[in-house]
Ligand binder design. Structure first.
Ligand code: NIG
Ligand code: FE
Length: 444
């Protein structure tokens, strides 16, 4: 026996291929060729090489040993910007856009976000919950284990609260970790047409206090844009949000340049999102204030536009760059984060490593959750993806498909797409194989 203290694990996942820790130490992907990640009670307790595992790990009596062959292991994807709770869909609107109509033109005519608002206000909480769960299920299929979910399709006090309650219920009942964001300032509802300031009064004086009192959201977001709220109005909402203990986020410079990035810096937002039209001064402001940029290339793609965010300039300025789906019924109806990664590679020049870090560590940063998710390192949740691939370069390369073979969430196997290997005891087997028992010390 050795004196080296052993970490006791009830889940050990190993690969002979690459394990990407995505941990902040070292700065890059944290690649371990032939890596092992070990967890206990849903929390990662140890990460290292197979050789180290022999001396540093011990197995609990009911431990599960998972040999993934040469498959890539990486952290669960953190979806840090999505709008997954709504009723209806906008397939018809998509056809109008395909036919040449502009998103803003449709919005000004009372369609767009407002058409989803009308259907969402009329929907029962049960329907919203069932629909939201289906989208989170799709996300989990794609390895998304943490989801930021925004309200914003209610736009009156009761409906906004109902959406946040549905989001909270999803958090209690879905395997994914769900984080709520209040987006009462998503657009000016029809009944306030021409009276945006009065609607901002309602958001600030009635909605925000109720949201804060019921503890229904960690973040407050605002759509700062010509078709939604101007800089002053956005500033008012985010300033008030801070007073109620909510952390600011902002949809900034999505459809036009408007100073949203500077506003994010000024109010101390944790993240600024979209940034498709952000220029040099905006980038400098984000860098200076340490704001994470959340880039959403799927929305640019799906709107049929070509103005992608200046990702390379953001990275060169030292801004952490996260990538997310922006899943919503209008500008990006896709739950596939890896597709967003490929779009980011093709149109923003992001490398495979930059995409993977954008979907994990930096996305966690956009939620102030680096200590809990986004990397395979001790103390983080055991959210582990097994990819159907031996090389992480395949992620942006093999596009439009689902590269995920299996998903562990909080140490529990919640998805197995490995073609029956798990149930046959190949990829994943209950208990540990004899060889492991020989190699690893016994618990206690
Ligand atoms: O992020 N920009 C504002 N919100 C969404 C679009 C919402 C919608 O069209 O329903 C976005 O693109
Ligand atoms: Fe959005």
């Amino acid at each position: 026996m050795t004196d080296i203290p052993r970490h006791q694990a009830d889940l050990v996942v190993t690969t002979d291929g690459p394990l990407l820790t995505c941990a902040a130490e070292g700065g890059g992907l944290g690649l371990l060729e032939g890596g092992v990640v070990a967890a206990r009670a849903g929390i990662i307790v140890w990460v290292g090489s197979k050789a180290q595992a022999e001396v540093e790990l011990s197995l609990a009596g009911d431990a599960r040993w998972v040999d993934c062959g040469r498959r890539v292991l990486m952290p669960g994807v953190v979806e840090c910007h999505s709008h997954p709770v709504f009723a209806g869909n906008r397939a018809g609107e998509f056809q109008m856009r395909v036919g040449g109509s502009e998103y803003e033109e449709i919005a000004r005519a009372g369609g767009g976000i407002m058409s989803t608002v009308r259907e969402t206000r009329d929907a029962s909480p049960e329907l919203l919950l069932a629909r939201g769960r289906r989208h989170l299920d799709w996300m989990l299929d794609y390895g998304i284990t943490t989801v930021e979910a925004k309200s914003g399709y209610g736009l009156n006090t009761d409906s906004e609260l109902r959406l946040l309650e549905v989001i909270a219920e999803l958090g209690r009942t879905h395997p994914a970790t769900v984080v709520g964001t209040f987006l009462g300032a998503h657009t000016v509802p029809l009944e306030y047409k021409g009276r945006a300031d009065d609607y901002v009064d309602l958001v600030v004086e009635e909605m925000l206090p109720r949201v804060a009192e019921a503890n229904l959201a960690r973040f407050c977001d605002v759509f700062c844009e010509d078709v939604a709220f101007n800089l002053d109005q956005s500033h008012r909402v985010l300033q008030a949000a801070k007073e109620y203990g909510l952390v600011p986020k902002i949809h900034a410079d999505q459809l036009s340049a408007g100073g949203g990035a500077q506003l994010a810096a000024e109010v101390g937002a944790v993240s600024a999102e979209h940034l498709d039209y952000t220029d040099g001064p905006g980038i400098a402001a984000l860098a200076e204030a340490g704001v994470t940029a959340v880039l959403l290339p799927g929305a640019v793609f799906f709107l049929g536009r070509t103005d992608y965010a200046p990702a390379r300039a953001l990275l060169e300025a030292g801004v952490p760059v996260a990538i997310s789906t922006d899943f919503n019924p209008g500008t990006c109806y896709s739950e596939n984060p890896f597709l967003m990664g490929t779009i980011a590679s093709c149109y923003m020049g992001l490398s495979a490593s930059e995409v993977i870090l954008g979907l994990t560590r930096h996305a966690a940063g956009a939620l102030s959750m680096e200590g809990q998710v986004g990397s395979l390192s001790p103390g983080r949740r055991a959210d582990i993806l097994v990819l159907e691939s031996e090389d992480y370069l395949d992620l942006p390369y093999h596009f439009g498909v689902n590269p995920v073979a299996a998903v562990f969430k909080d140490g529990r196997l919640v998805r197995d797409r490995s073609g029956g290997l798990v149930s046959a005891g190949g990829l994943v087997s209950a208990g540990k194989p004899q060889a492991a028992e020989d190699k690893l010390g016994r618990a206690g």
